[in-house]
Design a binder for this molecule. Structure first.
Ligand SMILES: NC(=O)c1ccc[n+]([C@@H]2O[C@H](COP(=O)([O-])OP(=O)(O)OC[C@H]3O[C@@H](n4cnc5c(N)ncnc54)[C@H](O)[C@@H]3O)[C@@H](O)[C@H]2O)c1
Length: 449
């Protein structure tokens, strides 16, 4: 017993000690699995500080683009990517055998919901299975994908243990949620504290040491489950508060008050209030999806997550409400939705980026089209869009187009749009983002959510 304990301690000290030393000198080889909105900025940040990075992905097109120095996210500059390639510090590849030469593997693959709203963990499972298949003693594996509490220890750990890994001794496993907000210039990867939860204290120490090289603050928590839940709580908080803002906007409309004015007034309170704003619904790969991971896990534990369900109901009803608002306003002008020319401004799920995943615009446009509207859209970030199998190309926003539209519908408040010009030219503006806030307009021309 005593001997085994000593042996384990020695192995532990050796593996952890060796990795610690090599992390400090940045001489470890790191593989980042998944080169999307999350994985690519992480890979580039690690490359920037001197690590040697393999960016693994299953998409041949993405790999080819990245190796040619083309970035798909506003958070990574193509020139920097190309420079890292030239310096031999970054390579995108589909060759998972690379994993067997890696000291650190970070998994950043998608975690969508199935149609049934259950978690689709297949990408994480596939990436972790590949990683485990290439396991070699001394590796540190970190999961960054947002997921249900328990994934790291219940799903990932056994895959590695089956390959002879002994966690905390010859293998280190942690969960560290990614919290970036693509396109946000005020808070970039380095500025956002990184929460880290290792399966053992050694796992936490090593993962924290890695992240300290690229972010200003690392917050160590006691387990992967705490880190998994922290990420979910952040996004549930956001989802619930957006739902509250959306419902509040509906109430304000009934009272003939601009919700934005009320929210801005409330936000002058210097404590105890955080402003959230209404919109046409929620989108992106996080807010509409992540709460579903927690709700699913809780259902397995015999508990219905009521706030999550209510927020989801309210937020998912918003696109339908937007269409009814457009219909109502056209009706006031003796115009049917069938045949109306509707010019949509912005189809991305939020301002300043081209991500249309889960964007409420997709549902709004599809619904308008089904009702017979002639739709067109402008979005400086989204050159084309497929709605119910039909490809739409973004149009240029000209005065003539603004003037001839029966309704200009603002769905995404991109900063590139000239809202004064929109208000001046259009006969009817339905503004779901309050982007025209403060711009004088003739009575009835601008309708806000
Ligand atoms: N997008 C965000 O703003 C954001 C922010 C924080 C956290 N997250 C979370 O990070 C995770 C990744 O999200 P994302 O936005 O980067 O997704 P993404 O769709 O932009 O990128 C995922 C990438 O993984 C690749 N991929 C899929 N399966 C793979 C596999 N088995 N092996 C290797 N590569 C594979 C895809 O080809 C794609 O390039 C998700 O869990 C998401 O919830 C996303």
């Amino acid at each position: 017993m005593t001997l085994a304990y000593r042996d384990n301690t020695a192995a532990h000290t050796t593996a952890e000690g060796s990795l610690t030393e090599r992390l400090r000198t940045r001489s470890v080889r790191v593989s980042v699995v998944g080169q999307g909105y999350v994985g690519l900025p992480l890979a580039v940040e690690l490359g920037r500080v001197g690590f040697s990075i393999s960016g693994l992905d299953t998409s041949p097109d993405r790999i080819a683009a990245l190796n040619a120095g083309h970035s798909h996210t506003p958070d990574v500059d193509g020139h920097e990517l190309a420079a890292l390639r030239e310096a031999d510090r970054y390579t995108a590849t589909a060759d998972f055998a690379t994993l067997s030469h890696s000291d650190v593997v970070i998994i950043c693959v998608p975690t969508p919901l199935r149609k049934s709203k259950d978690p689709d963990i297949s990408y994480v499972l596939a990436a972790a299975t590949e990683t485990a298949a290439h396991f070699r003693p001394g590796q540190l594996v970190i999961l960054e994908s947002t997921t249900y509490p328990g994934t790291t220890e219940e799903l990932l750990l056994p895959l590695f243990e089956a390959r002879g890994a002994v966690v905390g001794e010859n293998f280190f496993l942690a969960f560290s949620p990614e919290r970036i907000d693509p396109g946000n210039r005020n808070f970039r990867l380095r500025d956002i504290p990184k929460v880290v939860g290792g399966v053992t204290p050694a796992c936490s120490r090593l993962a924290a040491l890695l992240y300290r090289q690229i972010v200003d603050k690392v917050v160590e928590v006691s387990s992967p489950k705490v880190a998994e839940l922290a990420k979910l709580y952040e996004n549930v908080f956001r989802n619930v508060n957006i739902a509250l803002a959306n419902e509040f906007a509906l109430m304000c409309r009934r009272l003939d008050v601009n919700s934005r004015e009320v929210i801005e007034a409330a936000a002058t309170k210097p404590f105890g209030f955080l402003p959230f704003y209404p919109g046409p619904g929620i989108g992106g790969h996080c807010i509409p999806i992540d709460p579903g991971y927690l709700a699913w896990k809780m259902r397995l534990n015999g508990y219905e997550a009521r706030f999550i369900h209510l927020a989801d109901d309210i937020n998912r009803a918003m696109p339908v409400y937007v269409v009814s608002l457009v219909t109502e306003e056209l009706n006031k002008r003796r115009r049917a939705i069938n045949g109306a020319r509707i010019l949509v401004l912005g189809v991305a799920y939020k301002r300043g980026i081209g991500d249309t995943r889960e964007s409420p615009a997709l549902e709004v446009l599809a619904d308008l089209r089904r009702k017979g509207a002639e739709i067109s859209y402008a979005d400086p970030y989204v050159p084309s869009l497929v709605i119910d199998g039909t490809v739409f190309e973004a149009i240029e926003l000209t005065d003539a187009r603004l003037t001839t539209a029966d309704c200009v519908l603002i769905l995404t408040d991109h900063p590139e749009f000239d809202y004064r010009r929109v208000v001046a030219r259009a006969s009817l503006v339905v503004d779901t983002r309050n982007a025209t806030w403060g711009i004088p307009s003739p009575a009835g021309r601008v309708v806000v959510l």
